[in-house]
Design a protein around this ligand. Structure first.
Ligand code: HEC
Length: 214
């Protein structure tokens, strides 16, 4: 009804009035557009975007890790993980205007310890893996709904991961195991088996960045 009235005003106005009315009309249209985006659509988009950024991050880490292993062997690739993993994530943060981390309850790198918002999610994923319940990515609202926290489990999925995170006696070359122990004296993050939970992706998406995509 409001729009209808507006149209009438537009139709019967003329001269400079017309321009002003047209601007006002566009304004109303824009407001309507904003209102038409529902919370459900925003959450759905946050999920799609979260999946896509974490897949991009995972693909970059794995391909660069494989190159580092091919060039320098596993023990050489530890340097790559220590020096390059965080900068790769940082560059994706800048590219997408988000905050991206990998967190673990047994972090090799102390910077990868979970914060207060992440801990219960990581615990829930750990519970699910231990009880053979499959876990989907999740979205939580933080900061009065202005930020979405997207999380996704990171599972030890193949022999590549085991070659540094597996059983030091069976899966990891002695030289590599020794170097991991030396580099990460608190916890070398070894002793994992296939399908174990290694950690999770933690991605903070500002709501306004999500809305821009709709
Ligand atoms: C060449 C050895 C190597 C391989 C192969 C490897 N990682 Fe890692 N990973 C590391 C090191 C070293 C760190 C600690 C990085 C740092 O210092 O920031 C790490 C860190 C991580 C972290 C962050 C938590 C933490 O401990 O700081 C996750 C999650 C992880 N790796 C998962 C995986 C998965 C999944 C695979 C298989 C796809 C894999 N890694 C393969 C060496 C490796």
């Amino acid at each position: 009804m409001k729009n209808f009235l507006f149209l009438l005003i537009l139709l019967f106005s003329c001269g400079p009035q017309e321009r002003i009315s047209k601007e006002a009309f566009d304004d109303v249209q824009r407001n309507n557009d904003v209102r038409r985006i529902t919370e459900v659509e925003i959450l759905r988009e946050a999920m799609v975007w979260g999946d896509s950024i974490t897949q991009e991050a995972q693909a970059q880490l794995i391909s660069q890790l494989q190159q580092a292993i091919a060039a320098n062997g596993h023990s050489g690739a530890i340097d790559f993980c220590q020096v390059n993993a965080l900068p790769i994530l940082k560059s994706l943060e800048t590219k997408h205007a988000v905050t991206l981390r990998r967190v673990s309850s047994r972090p090799g790198n102390p910077l990868d310890a979970p914060d207060a918002a992440e801990t219960p999610l990581l615990d829930a994923y750990a519970y699910n893996v231990e009880n053979n319940i499959s876990s989907d990515p999740s979205i939580q609202k933080l900061e009065q709904g202005e930020v979405f926290l997207y999380t996704k489990p990171i599972v030890i999925s193949n022999a590549l991961c085991l070659s540094c995170h597996g059983d030091p006696k069976k899966d990891i070359a002695p030289e590599t195991a020794a170097k991991l122990k030396q580099r990460y004296p608190q916890d070398p993050a070894t002793g994992y088996a296939l399908e174990d939970l290694r950690g999770m992706w933690s991605l903070r998406l500002p709501k306004k960045e999500v809305v821009k995509r709709l």
